[in-house]
Write a protein that binds this ligand. Structure first.
Ligand SMILES: C[S@@+](CC[C@H](N)C(=O)[O-])C[C@H]1O[C@@H](n2cnc3c(N)ncnc32)[C@H](O)[C@@H]1O
Length: 407
């Protein structure tokens, strides 16, 4: 989308027209396009409207009803923080009572909107003209918060003592602009490839005490800056980010995990509750009746010890996220299964076990083993399904199969 089309979409005329169109319907799109063209609208504006209508419909998954009033770019929507997670970021800044938060590389403004909704005034910049314009449009409900075109490299922190009253938020782009074989944007996992650069992020954090930065969940533990909090955040079991918090925004130092689920209060896990240094079980014979699957945020944060401590259990294999225990506990940060069998993994033994119990469909979970799901199901003569769950993993370095019932 070019800037002329973007400006028109942000204008009262384009914005009102977009609102009238309602949700995107692929089958109705050609007729709608023809109707808009017949009404005298240029082809570029029609295309921009339909793209926006499609993006808004797609954005409902991340933004719910808020999507109806927002403008998106395809990349901006992909990279935007989902609202529930952005609210967690904003809450930290709001608690620090800062005069202004500078959102440096604001995208279409999801984090900036959440901050504004928490009564924090935002001064946002983005290096892309269309993205910056859409962020500014999305911030309209909060007149004190604005977004403009700008590069982080040209941004200067206010002089002391004013810098103690401002905050800085960065969410560097983790995309290369290239696409993979399926046409999806290629993601960046290396800290050396993010934009703005890691050095720039550290320079901002050195200049502004209250700084936060959202990074990939694969952020290496040995790069956590001294004195900061590194928090891995999951939403519905998927780890979305590792966020580094400095100064007044850090609640504790070191690694933490935040487990977010729809309709539930967030659960935070810190290193001090995950100190259990219990060795993993030495053999399959030590598998107990209950199995706990730690939330992925805990696994990435290296905090599976919180599950071990809470259940008085032991890990199946260090770092894989599974803990075996004698008793059933309700934990907000781990899923519980009843273990019905623990077998050394051979196709023959597992097939015989399944056949003896008449199991014909199976959900296969794998952790720490590489096997092709389809080939495995063919060998075991089962379909994908929910008659049972089988975990293929390692115990004491050996492949094994645990038969599970979700509790
Ligand atoms: C991951 S997105 C931000 C998403 C945003 N937090 C949200 O929730 O909507 C990163 C943004 O940084 C911008 N960006 C990348 N390098 C930049 C730079 N050097 N200066 C300013 N913005 C930059 C990109 O244009 C992109 O829109």
């Amino acid at each position: 989308m070019d800037i002329t089309q973007a400006r028109w979409l942000s204008s009262p005329e384009g914005y009102a027209l977009l609102r009238e169109l309602g949700p995107y319907d692929e089958s109705a799109a050609p007729a709608l396009s023809a109707r808009l063209r017949a009404a005298g609208l240029g082809a570029g504006f029609v295309a921009a409207l339909l793209t926006q209508q499609r993006l808004r419909t797609r954005a409902r998954e991340k933004f719910g009803n808020f999507a109806e009033g927002m403008l998106f770019t395809g990349d901006g929507l992909e990279q935007a923080t989902r609202f529930e997670v952005a609210a967690g970021h904003a809450h930290r800044f709001a608690q620090a009572s800062l005069a202004t938060v500078h959102d440096l590389g604001c995208g279409i403004g999801s984090d900036a909107m959440a901050l504004s909704a928490f009564d924090v005034t935002v001064a946002a910049i983005d290096a892309d003209p269309v993205t910056a314009l859409f962020a500014d449009t999305n911030l309209r409900p909060w007149p004190d918060s604005r977004a403009r075109l700008g590069r982080v490299e040209d941004w200067a922190a206010p002089p002391s003592p004013a810098r103690d009253r401002v905050g800085a938020w960065l969410d560097p782009a983790r995309r290369t602009g290239q696409t993979d074989a399926r046409g999806r944007p290629r993601r960046v996992f290396s800290l050396e490839e993010i934009a703005p650069s890691w050095e720039r992020v550290l320079a901002v954090a050195a200049a502004v005490p209250a700084t936060g930065v959202k990074l990939s969940p694969s952020f290496p533990h040995d790069r956590i800056p001294r004195g900061s909090e590194a928090q891995w955040v999951s939403w519905s079991g998927e780890v979305l980010e590792c966020t580094i918090w400095w100064g007044p925004l850090a609640r504790t130092t070191g690694r933490t995990a935040a487990v977010l689920r729809p309709g539930r209060a967030p659960i935070e896990v810190t290193e001090d509750v995950a100190t259990a240094q219990v060795p993993a079980i030495p053999s399959l014979a030590q598998v107990r009746p209950w199995l706990y699957e730690a939330d992925r945020a805990l696994v990435q944060a290296g905090l599976v010890g919180a599950v071990t401590a809470a259940t008085d259990g032991r890990e199946l294999e260090p770092g894989l996220g599974f803990v075996t225990a004698d008793a059933a506990y309700d934990l907000g940060f781990a899923r519980r299964y009843a273990v019905t069998a623990a077998l050394p993994f051979t196709v023959k033994a597992v097939r015989a076990w399944l056949r003896a119990r008449g199991v014909t469909s199976l959900t296969v979970k794998k952790r720490g083993v590489r096997l092709d799901d389809e080939a495995l199901r063919r060998q075991l003569k089962v379909r994908a399904g929910d008659e049972g769950t089988m975990l293929l993993t390692r115990v004491a370095g050996r492949q094994c199969a645990l038969m599970l019932e979700a509790d």
